[in-house]
Unconditional design. Sequence first.
Length: 323
Amino acid sequence: MQNNILIYVLVIVVLGLIGFAAYQSFGPNLKGVIPQDKIGEYTLNFIKNELASPDTEFTLGTTTEENGMYKVDFEVMGQKESAYVTKNGKYLFFQPIDMMPPEPQALPKADKPKLELFVMSYCPYGNQAEELLMPVIDLLGDKIDAQLHYIIYDNYATGYPDYCLDKDMTYCSMHGVAEVEQDIRELCVQKYQPEKLWSFVIEINNQTTPENVEQKWENIANSIGIDAAQIKTCEQNEAVALLQNEVNLTNKPYPVQDPQSHQGQEEERINGSPTMVINGMIYDGSRGSNDYKDAICSAFNNPPVECDRDLTEDNTASSGSCK
């Protein structure tokens, strides 16, 4: 069976590289249109008879019309695939090339732009983004709604208790369970003492690691005027509800600013730290303080005068991410 899969995959790769090249006719109805309810079985029979070994298992899925062709979905050896067929049944493609990819879009506008930065609390790329965004938040203040959100996995690595908060392994993080716990604290500060959030985050980034944050976070909170007792109570009573909200936010699809940065997809879920969402759209520009400022200012219906200022310390972050 493994050899059959390898043979099939090799055929798919070769056809994909050829792209729009035409293959032999596989139907008698070349002058007319094959009905949509017939083309799926027709296509799958051709693939089974001409392109795959005899014992390869196929299951036909749905057939839809797309860009003047039929798209035939099927499974081969349990793997989901698609084929594209001209309506007269003459040409078959496995990987059409979009010669008119979607253009980058302008960010949606609002009177008070909403900025959501999705990170992991100990992802170095996310920490860089937080630190580069801080001058923009200082500049624009309450003219924007700036929020931090957190990327939570399920069933990650060795699971509970090293990477996951719970035995069901629903709430886990890449850099260990200490990261999940710090995510919760930062969410609690954001909920109950939001004016202290960014200062708290920057000090946590500068002074702690996942290994020592449990011992250090309370002193850091007290030093900047955060009510640590309130955060402890929130952490104890609201952790699951806060984390589940983060899971819901990261799992929903968002429109993207530049589809070419997402393999041509016009929507994407949050899957890497950092990811910035501005007025509901994933931002795909550069990661510098002035880049962030310009992007957020472009999302105002009427940009404030602060948008005319340049941020003098503008170090651009590296382009990597935690995912």
